[in-house]
Design a protein around this ligand. Structure first.
Ligand code: ADP
Length: 625
């Protein structure tokens, strides 16, 4: 019999499959089952317009049979079948659009990308088999045909005997190698597992004869083995069901079944859209942070189904980074049938879905914030950091979207509050949204810099996470109110006793100048403080980089030793100030000592390391003796 050659492009794809080092070879089954399901669909659609055909759902199914002895795996369907010509053109040539067409040569390599993301259809069978045989009888035809191929050498077609319409695909499973256990594709439990994983929601039953055991009659420990036909897939996916039919528990079970997490979902979002683009989605906000969430290993993404067939495990394009914690799946008919081939043309659809989903997540989070405050706070404690990163990243492109979802700890409320809540209760004379940055709430509460703002009764937002101040700098303002750090040079608070302050400053100009000399290169200025009430000293910063930011930037691996412009503020009403004055007038060494001490104290209060701890302790001793 004549051996026919594959088309060049098909041959290349075939070679790729045969030599594939792709780790998930199991997807071959998904591809063959989805072809089988498509073939049944075709009869179904034909019956819609052809009166001579009736579609009785019960007679359509897919059957999987493993024969261990002969090392064959058979996938049969009762679909539309293929004529001789169709066998030639469909299996001998890569179909019309061609999987390879959209991938440039250098992107193919071992085919990892194509297989992983789009699937390659029928040829995937060659990843696990030495010989592939297709016996098919087309609808309306009397004669069946057998197509057979051992790979790149070509294929043969000859007449065959087959009673019913449909297609049988018989794979001669490869022998085990050192690296690869092909045997598993003949094992019942493994096949079941693969079917469940990828094809659970195929609309037609996928049947298998499953081995059962029953006690032998009259025996207590001897069993009879027999086969029983079972349907492996559940067929109706939960996302196609009506929301009103489903309970929280159903969603929670789905979450667990799908291995979205070990926790329970904090909230589920079920979307069914039937407009210009049609899709169903079930999304979850996890209760706990996945252990690798804030690491590089974490991969965001949603499962993507095309009409019930899993195409991609983690479609990253469906989620923006700031919602990367969302788990779940999307199923769309509009990405259907030939997604593998025409994915890129459909890209616009995917983008639309992504945009839609993004909006929905945001609005659902807002609803959660409004109606279930406690739950929202729980959510925010886990994933708020990601939202703040979202505000900061991409040069603030998403800040408008996210600003209303942010929360910070409030000095007055002693709990998390939103920016809207803060602004809505600002007294009329308050010009800024005040914040204080530090390691923890307890630390910030003790910061000398908060004194004046707190005394004024103004609410202060506590920034305890590294990203906070960076995010807020990106935000710049909220409802036209600017953010201001309590450590910044000018607090924008009118002080009643200005005249007196000015006098103090003038009077002590020389003293401050002398102190500045002592601290040359370490601080930009030394001044009388307006904000200190009971504390003797503090550091303030001028310019864009705050002291807190300096700490964070310098803790990064490739830090550039960035410094904030620091100002040492001295409280003129504190007793220490009198000692400073005295020293300035009579004992320059003492002034030197006091200045260094005060500077180091201010560093400690800020949580910055003192420059020379030995010198610092020596200095303290000098004051003691
Ligand atoms: P795709 O399914 O992405 O078009 P495949 O390589 O998987 O690409 O299949 C090529 C074609 O072969 C299909 O489009 C279909 O026309 C035909 N085909 C494959 N499997 C079957 C089957 N079980 N029954 C009928 N036709 C099939």
């Amino acid at each position: 019999m004549e051996k026919k050659q594959f088309q060049a492009e098909s041959k290349r794809l075939l070679e790729m499959m045969i030599n594939s080092i792709y780790s998930q070879k199991e997807v071959f089954l998904r591809e063959l089952i989805s072809n089988a399901s498509d073939a049944i669909d075709k009869i179904y659609y034909r019956a819609l317009t052809d009166d001579s055909l009736t579609f009785n759902k019960d007679s359509y199914y897919i059957k999987i049979d493993a024969d261990n002895e002969n090392r064959t795996l058979r996938i049969s369907d009762t679909g539309i079948g293929m004529t001789k010509e169709e066998l030639e053109t469909n299996l001998g040539i890569i179909a019309k659009s061609g999987s390879l067409a959209f991938k440039r040569e250098n992107e193919i390599k071992d085919g990892h990308d194509i297989i992983g993301q789009f699937g390659v259809g029928f040829y995937a069978a060659f990843m696990v088999s030495d010989v592939v045989t297709v016996v098919s009888k087309a609808l309306g035809s009397d004669q069946a045909y057998k197509w057979e191929s051992e790979g790149t050498e070509g294929y043969t077609i000859e007449p065959a005997v087959k009673d019913s319409v449909g297609t049988d695909i018989i794979l001669k499973i490869k022998e085990n190698t050192e690296e690869e256990q092909y045997d598993e594709y003949l094992e019942e439990y493994r096949l079941k597992e693969i079917i469940k994983k990828y094809s659970d929601f195929i609309r037609y039953p996928i049947k298998m004869d499953i081995t059962q055991r029953s006690l032998k009659e009259g025996s207590e420990n001897e069993y009879d083995e027999y086969k029983e036909e079972q349907t492996i897939n559940s067929m109706v996916p939960i996302w196609k069901k009506n929301k009103s039919e489903l309970t929280d528990e159903d969603y929670a079970n789905f979450y667990t079944e799908k291995h979205y997490g070990f926790d329970k979902p904090l909230k589920h979002i079920h979307i069914s859209v039937d407009g210009t683009i049609r899709y169903n989605a079930i999304l979850f906000i996890p209760e706990n942070i996945p252990f690798d969430y804030y690491s590089k290993e974490y991969e965001k993404g949603l499962e993507l189904y095309s009409n019930g067939v899993l195409i991609m495990n983690k479609c990253a394009d469906l989620l923006p980074d700031y919602f990367s914690f969302v788990k779940g799946m999307v199923d769309s008919e509009d990405l259907s049938l030939n997604i593998s081939r025409e994915m890129l043309q459909h890209d616009r659809q995917l983008k639309l879905i992504a945009k839609n989903i993004n909006k929905k997540i945001k609005s659902e989070l807002k609803i959660l914030l409004k109606n279930s405050r406690e739950k929202y706070e729980e959510f925010f404690k886990s994933f708020g950091r990601q939202l703040k990163f979202g505000v900061y990243n991409d040069f603030g492109a998403n800040k408008e979207t996210l600003q209303d979802l942010l929360m910070f700890y409030s000095s007055n409320e002693k709990k998390l509050v939103t920016l809207d809540e803060y602004v809505s209760r600002m007294p009329e004379d308050q010009k800024f949204i005040y914040y204080a940055a530090g390691e923890s709430v307890e630390r910030i509460e003790k910061l000398p810099q908060v004194e004046l703002v707190a005394d004024k009764g103004y609410e202060i937002l506590y920034f305890t996470e590294e990203i906070d101040e960076f995010a807020i700098k990106m935000l710049m303002n909220y409802q036209e109110k600017e953010f201001k750090s309590v450590s910044s040079g000018d607090l924008g608070i009118e002080e009643e006793t200005n005249d007196k302050d000015e006098e103090t400053s003038k009077e002590n100009q020389e003293l401050f100048a002398a102190m500045k000399d002592v601290l040359a290169g370490r601080v930009k200025d030394v001044r009388a403080s307006k904000r200190l009430k009971s504390h003797p000293v503090c550091l303030a910063s001028e310019g864009d980089i705050s002291i807190e930011m300096e700490k964070i930037l310098n803790a990064m691996p490739d830090s550039q030793n960035i410094k904030a412009d620091k100002v040492l503020e001295i409280n003129p009403s504190h007793e220490v100030f009198q000692s400073l004055k005295k020293a300035f007038n009579s004992d320059k060494d003492k002034l030197n000592l006091y200045t260094n001490l005060l500077y180091n104290q201010a560093l400690l209060i800020e949580g910055l390391p003192v420059q020379d701890p030995v010198e610092f302790t020596n200095d303290i001793c000098k004051v003691m003796i």
